[in-house]
Ligand binder design. Structure first.
Ligand SMILES: *Cc1c(COP(=O)(O)O)cnc(C)c1O
Length: 377
């Protein structure tokens, strides 16, 4: 935990649950990523944490933004990012939203289907468009496969069709899956991308950009490689498949910029057992759960690190659950979490690296629990 966050929690004693984000860490993460991939343009994936404090700061640092809705577009514009620094990167858009984005000056759009291309032809004439391709997401803790992207053969036809319709067939995008820990996945995806570049070359179209997506990790329970290792793997993949004719490169980090910058403080509401069986795990109920912002614990996919006041003492197995009256609101049952035997009701627990994909996943008030409160310091 950063000293700034520790001091804030000690001095302010905010009501729990709450998220505290250290903006300096986000700035550091942004600079580290730029340092490890100097020739790539960064488009922050706004959905990871759309707080205006974060978006404004990244806009000042020179970041571009990957957006998925008109609300996110207006947020970025309002925070000082010009429209030519925005990508409307969702492949699932309403035509009237495309029109509105175009009217605001946005000229870079994603698509992965004929029907979306139809909308872009109508609503964003002449714009730069990039086609998202399907890639395998193995190695990712939070896959983004299947739902987005199309096969290479279809992507080729769609990009040719884009040119025929007066759009600018600008490039190719993919996402190797969020929290991707297998560095070789970029090589596979870049290889497929390069095949598509060749196929289009044969059709007289020179694509100009590869959008390498997100997938860079935050620090959860499992060790991860440093960001430089990701930069190296990506540059190796690019030179391996494109030689010295490198196209423009875009990365769209979400999780890796903001995840480690945030900490959720929560309070133990109840510790109980279901029987007199000595070997049975304790149930530890927190004042935050799946509906309070921890949706990524679905299927125990994202495994946050926990910090308690009794760390170091003897620990035992636990089931960790949220406070709501829904039995889906269990965070960890199978992942093998242990907590100190001294843990008691009223103790504060910190969930580390919770700056990404938490505040906006929080429900508006299920069971009367208010949305996750957040502080940006
Ligand atoms: C969510 C998303 C990202 C961000 O992914 P991370 O794994 O959080 O870095 C990037 N690009 C697109 C298109 C996305 O949908």
């Amino acid at each position: 935990m950063s000293q700034k966050i520790a001091r804030f929690l000690a001095e302010q004693q905010p009501e729990t649950p709450c998220l505290v984000v250290d903006l300096d860490i986000i700035a550091e993460n942004y600079r580290a990523l730029k340092g490890s991939l100097p020739i790539a343009e960064v488009y922050y994936a706004v959905k990871a944490n759309p707080a205006p404090e974060i978006v404004s700061m990244l806009a000042d640092l020179g970041s571009n933004f990957d957006t998925a809705s008109l609300t996110e577009i207006d947020l970025c514009l309002g925070c000082g990012a010009e429209p030519d620094r925005l990508s409307f990167g969702s492949t699932i858009k309403k035509q009237r939203d495309i029109e509105a984005a175009f009217a605001r000056g946005v000229r870079l759009f994603a698509f992965d289907s004929q029907a979306e291309l139809d909308k872009l032809t109508q609503a964003a004439p002449g714009s730069k468009v990039f086609c998202r391709i399907l890639v395998d997401n193995s190695g990712a803790d939070w896959p983004l496969s299947r739902k987005f992207g199309c096969e290479l053969e279809m992507a080729r036809d769609l990009l040719i069709e884009a040119r025929n319709r007066g759009l600018d067939p600008y490039g190719v995008s993919f996402h190797v899956g969020s929290q991707q820990t297998d560095l070789s996945q970029w090589d596979v995806a870049v290889g497929r991308t390069a095949m598509l570049f060749s196929a289009l070359n044969e059709a007289g179209i020179e694509l100009k950009m590869v959008n390498l997506g997100g997938g860079f990790p935050a620090r959860y329970r499992t060790d991860i490689s440093e960001i430089d290792a990701y930069g190296d793997a990506i540059m190796k993949a690019m030179t391996h498949h494109f030689g010295n004719r490198l196209p423009a490169m875009i990365v769209e980090p979400g999780r890796s910029l903001v995840g480690d910058a945030g900490i959720i403080q929560t309070e133990v509401v109840l510790i109980s057992k279901k029987s007199y069986d000595e070997n049975e795990a304790r149930w530890v109920y927190l004042d935050i759960g799946k509906f309070g912002g921890l949706a990524e614990t679905m299927d125990e996919a994202i495994k946050y690190r926990l910090k308690t006041p009794h760390d170091g003492g003897e620990a035992g197995p636990v089931v960790i659950a949220g406070p709501t009256c829904d039995s889906a609101d269990i965070l960890y049952e199978k992942a093998g979490y242990e907590l100190p035997l001294d843990l008691k009701v009223g103790d504060k627990i910190e969930l580390l690296s919770t700056g990404a994909y938490t505040t906006t996943y929080s429900s508006v008030g299920f069971n009367g629990f208010p949305p996750l409160k957040a502080y940006f310091i």
